[in-house]
Design a protein around this ligand. Structure first.
Ligand code: RRO
Length: 316
């Protein structure tokens, strides 16, 4: 069975790796990812300077998923530059997530990353929902266009953008037009839908503290929107722009559904946080077993082959 996939010229042993965010901020976490069966190492979104992030509690799980308002805690881009470089011996793709507080911060970091010939790709985060006073760039199409134009001019390697979820076909069309003219190599969808609210009835309180309890939602609850965003962008984007799916993946069947909808690779966020780095081995094995049961020997045999339900006479 062959699970190999490519992102532009980068080779992956299988399509499952970590989402930027959970357990990819510190030296120890990045090393654990390197030793795991994650098919790549993607670091926490970084800024020019180190940030402590928002006050705790800022990440909680509930029955349908997770809520977070981390507020971009990270060690500053120079740390990720050094750490990722030191993980080359693990021979898997090394990807840095970049999320500057301004366009000029992004420009500074992209110039530095452009000098790293060992770096495989950059995922430019246009969708952090939790920085107080900063709207998500991905909901401003003009600003997104500008950020992508600048990033493409400054970073010559494989470049992708992490997008927020869209919920309206008019918005998909508008963003697809921006992406198709941007020169980016891939899109990652979706970041956590922003500003959900989870309440604990016993304590009559919000689960998390920042922003009066509002935060990005992850996990099982968001899978239908991850799938819809992958599907719609696959329909609208130029074929050479690849798609990484993320949102609510916790089983081999979830991975299969994302690939069927048109994703080339997938990332795991909340379930990685819950289960730890053993999850990558489990998901790759479960995908392999499911493919075997369906008599598929390669991902290309079913990728982007989703069917629409046929008509029926009875039922609602
Ligand atoms: O750090 C965060 O609060 C955070 C980020 Br940068 C992001 O892109 N998505 C998210 O759910 N949380």
């Amino acid at each position: 069975m062959n699970l190999n996939v490519s992102l532009a010229n980068i080779k992956f042993d299988h399509p499952v790796f970590n989402a930027s965010g959970p357990l990819c901020t510190t030296k120890e976490e990045l090393l654990a990812l390197a030793r795991s069966n994650s098919s790549a190492i993607l670091s926490k979104s970084c800024t020019l300077e180190k940030r402590d992030g928002n006050p705790k509690p800022r990440y909680k799980e509930f029955d349908l998923g997770s809520i977070n308002s981390m507020g971009l805690p990270n060690q500053g881009y120079e740390f990720y530059l050094e750490e990722l470089e030191s993980l080359q011996e693990f021979q898997k793709p090394l990807i840095a997530s970049v999320s500057g507080m301004s366009q000029s911060e992004n420009a500074h970091m992209l110039r530095a990353f452009d000098k790293c010939n060992w770096l495989d790709a950059i995922e430019l985060n246009l969708s952090c929902p939790n920085v107080i006073g900063k709207p998500q760039v991905g909901y401003d199409f003009q600003e997104s266009k500008e950020r992508m134009r600048e990033a493409r001019a400054l970073y010559r390697g494989v470049l992708g953008v992490k997008l927020p979820p869209y919920f309206d076909f008019a918005h998909f069309l508008e963003m697809a037009e921006v992406l198709n003219q941007s020169g980016v190599n891939f899109v990652t969808c979706i970041n956590s839908p922003g500003n959900g609210l989870v309440i604990d009835a016993d304590s009559e309180s919000t689960l998390i503290r920042p922003k009066d309890g509002f935060g990005g939602i992850g996990g099982k609850l968001i899978k239908p929107f991850g799938l819809s965003n992958v599907r719609k962008f696959r329909e609208l984007l130029n074929p050479e722009i690849q798609i990484i799916g993320v949102g609510g993946i916790a089983s081999g069947t979830d991975v299969f559904e994302y690939l069927l909808a048109g994703a080339d690779l997938v990332q795991v966020g909340t379930a990685f946080m819950q289960e730890g780095s053993g999850i990558f081995e489990r998901l790759a094995t479960e995908l392999q077993e499911l493919m075997k049961n369906k008599n598929y020997s390669e991902i290309s045999q079913f990728q982007n082959q989703l069917k629409t339900a046929g008509p029926v006479e009875s039922g609602y």
